[in-house]
Write a protein that binds this ligand. Sequence first.
Ligand code: G1P
Length: 272
Amino acid sequence: MVKQAIIPLAGLGTRLLPLSSVIPKELLPINGKPNLEYILDECIQAGIKQFIFVVPKNRPTIKQYFFNDCFYKKIIKKKKNDKRLKKVFQKIRRYQKMIKFVYQNKPEGTGHAVLQCKRHLKGTHFLMLLADDLIVEKNCSKEMIALHKKTKGSVIATKRVERKTVQRWGILGFKNRTKNSFLINEVIEKPKLSEAPSNYAIIGRYILPKKILSVLKYQGKGKGGEVHITDAIKTLVKRNEKFYGNIFKGKYIDCGTLEGFINSGLTISKYL
Ligand code: G1P
């Protein structure tokens, strides 16, 4: 059973500057709702019971957003008949009960972020989501959990991208392709066009085995000086661990770039 989701939130958000200079990119609103809440709602619908937020200690905004009870209680006391306010607070409280914080003080990569969660991970597998990859219309995490239940393997969300953009993504090599999935036999983080085993890119949703922690423990830094989860996955794939690509059905919105973020409101409003 996949019940826990790790969400790395220690990135600097440089691609979204100046917007992300004060507000963390994950709290930037899209159609009146922070990016991160879309991710949480997708997970809750898919049956996730606990979120592990990986944040830097010196950036308290995300914690403040979810744990501001005094503030809400004061206003609710003043505006006793405000139903919307009560509902908003109830929703925040619901998230709050599910969130644990773990610290990563420098943006050292997704692999390093996962390693920091070690003592909180319980089951054999957990979900990891990159908050700037939104997938709307169909619940990608739900699809992935179903594929995990069927195969007992690990699962990565994937979509076909334009060949000339492979250098922007983690790219998968595969065999045994069916309509919506395949068995992964190669993973390369941001390959050159000539090295890319396909044009199926990793999109930020992963169901990973807890045993990946023992790989991460000894893994050095990869591209851009960060510890990438992609490199640990590569090691496990080489050891014949089963990893499946889930060619998800929903619509992908890349909220990690300014162009994607600008278009996200419009795109989301079409699918909600
Ligand atoms: C990260 C991952 C990459 C993946 C991408 C999806 O890259 O490292 O494998 O394809 O997310 O958005 P980043 O966006 O942090 O450069």
